[in-house]
Design a protein around this ligand. Structure first.
Ligand code: 16G
Length: 241
């Protein structure tokens, strides 16, 4: 109804206009995250536009991550997760704060000798032992991120002690991180990553490397994450000096 009442959709250059109109409506919360859009056919009929035009406008917004399509269930306004960059929180805490239940599916929980990359990132000498976790992180049974973590075995003696949350396990050993350095890069997800995250190969992802530290300067974790770009917004509050 709101889409049909918006005068912008009746102007020329139909598919771009429609795309902009839907975006405006969604951004002004005219349709809430999680709600469905009218069907392609209804939109075309009401707006007297061709179905090709409507399909093109919607496809563009799906590509932008604003809308989601589920086979047989229609087109939804995507529910995005807004993650503040200025707080050192865990995946588990982030999800619980939003009332979502977190879960991990592990591919690996093992102990081994540091690789050259890990030894640099963790400030460990060659031959040191690290605990490794490799997992897919879920929220409400939807895959949201892939994570590979390495933690010095001196701080986490057995990776099997991580039943779901790494930070909860570290807390038990008085090794909860206090400070972290994080680097975020845009990537396109490869076929394997995309399959694990239930998106199409080449979709946008956020590759985040986090090194976190204890008060005494020891590095606690080196984690490489691939978060879904179609779901996550990383936001930071900025101030002048
Ligand atoms: C977050 C961290 C990751 C950390 C994990 C611990 C980012 C980008 N990464 O995913 O570095 O290892 O939380 O979560 O925020 P957990 O305690 O739930 O295992």
């Amino acid at each position: 109804q709101r889409i049909c009442n918006d005068p912008a959709v009746y102007q020329p250059l139909a598919y771009l206009r429609l795309r902009r109109a839907i975006r405006n409506i969604v951004e002004r919360r005219g349709i809430e995250p999680g709600q469905t859009l009218p069907s392609e056919r209804d939109l075309a009929q009401t707006l007297k536009l061709s179905r090709v035009t409507v399909r093109k406008a919607i496809a563009g917004l799906v590509e932008d991550g604003l809308l989601h399509q589920r086979h047989g269930a229609g087109t939804f306004v995507a529910e995005r997760i807004v993650k503040p960059m200025s707080r050192l929180t865990s995946f588990t805490e982030d999800l619980r704060e939003r009332g979502l239940s977190p879960r991990s599916e592990f591919f690996e929980r093992s102990l081994g000798e540091v690789t050259p990359e890990e030894s640099m990132a963790l400030n460990l000498s060659p031959g040191s032992i690290v605990a490794r976790l490799h997992r897919v992180r879920y929220g409400q049974d939807e895959p949201l991120a892939i994570e590979r973590s390495a933690v010095p075995a001196s701080l986490l003696p057995d990776p099997m002690l991580v039943s779901d949350s790494l930070y909860e396990a570290l807390e038990r050993f008085n090794a909860r991180p206090r400070r972290a350095l994080q680097r975020l890069r845009a990537v396109s997800l490869n076929a394997h990553q995309a399959r694990l995250l239930h998106v199409s190969a080449g979709s946008a992802g956020l590759n985040i490397e986090r090194r976190s530290f204890l008060d005494d300067g020891r590095v606690v974790e080196f984690t490489c994450s691939w978060y879904r770009g179609d779901i996550y917004d990383f936001v930071a509050e900025l101030q002048t000096d």
